[in-house]
Design a protein around this ligand. Sequence first.
Ligand code: RI2
Length: 311
Amino acid sequence: MVANMVIETTKKIRDMEIRGAGKIARAAVEALKNQIMVSRAKSVNDFIKEVENAANILKSARPTAVSLPNAVNYVLYNIKINKNLDLDELKKKALEACDNFIKNSLEAVRKIGEIGARRISDGDTIMTHCNSKAALSVIKTAFRQGKDIKVIATESRPRYQGHLTVKELSDEGIDVTLIVDSAVRLFMKKVDKVIVGADSIAANGAVVNKIGTSMLALAANEARVLFFVAAETYKFSPQTLLGELIEIEERDASEVADPEKFKGVKIRNPAFDVTPPEYIDLIITEKGVIPPQAAFFVIREELKWSLWNSI
Ligand code: RI2
């Protein structure tokens, strides 16, 4: 039996009613928690099959943010290593794993803010793209520490997540300017640091984030502006260690323009792009700051459990 909440959450993630790599991960784990609570499985094996099935449905919601499979695989891993327990004890362990993931991932955003804010100086102008809770945690923490900062935020077509960003920052009292995505290079001259989030980070330190991120990185590189990525360690992709590529989600053309009005025209809508490690100065994680070239070590140290299916 698949819990209604699993079906509903999968739909909400797919439709981007729930969005942002961290939020997607927590929502998937909440749904898995519900699956565990309503499960009527009579044996450990049936229980595991049921949770695995729900996990697979959730993982299929969006392909790019590795936070989603990493989060549900963390719960599955904790179930697998405890499969010798009786069913009630196993469920308890599984629920504990869900709660730990949610608690730790929220704490990670706070820590990234604290660690990243040390890299922000009084008087900085910061450019950001899309709407990343991790990147905004750095900006807000620096501001709350009394640093006088200004933010330039892109609107982030086609879904305009930049509107969420400017609202969030201006509610906080931060001086924020909204620009169209194509104005990035023009404004880069006024910028001291760029901070963006990440949906996935490959073992070689390449960062997959909202479409247009690599354009900010190029412009920053040209203008010799520092380029920071704020990301929790569960956004690093263990599969890329084995040479697997991160899939770039292409969403419906109607998000870009009404296909009815452009008959005979191809409309493309990739949701993410890849910024090579050479364009990234630092990745700010909850465990500390690393150069992108150290991504491999994050996967080795923090995501050891992700090899769960070889257990
Ligand atoms: P946090 C978002 O993807 C953006 O690309 C953002 O930079 C990234 O997730 C990380 O967001 P989308 O869901 O986890 O808007 O830092 O497609 O909030």
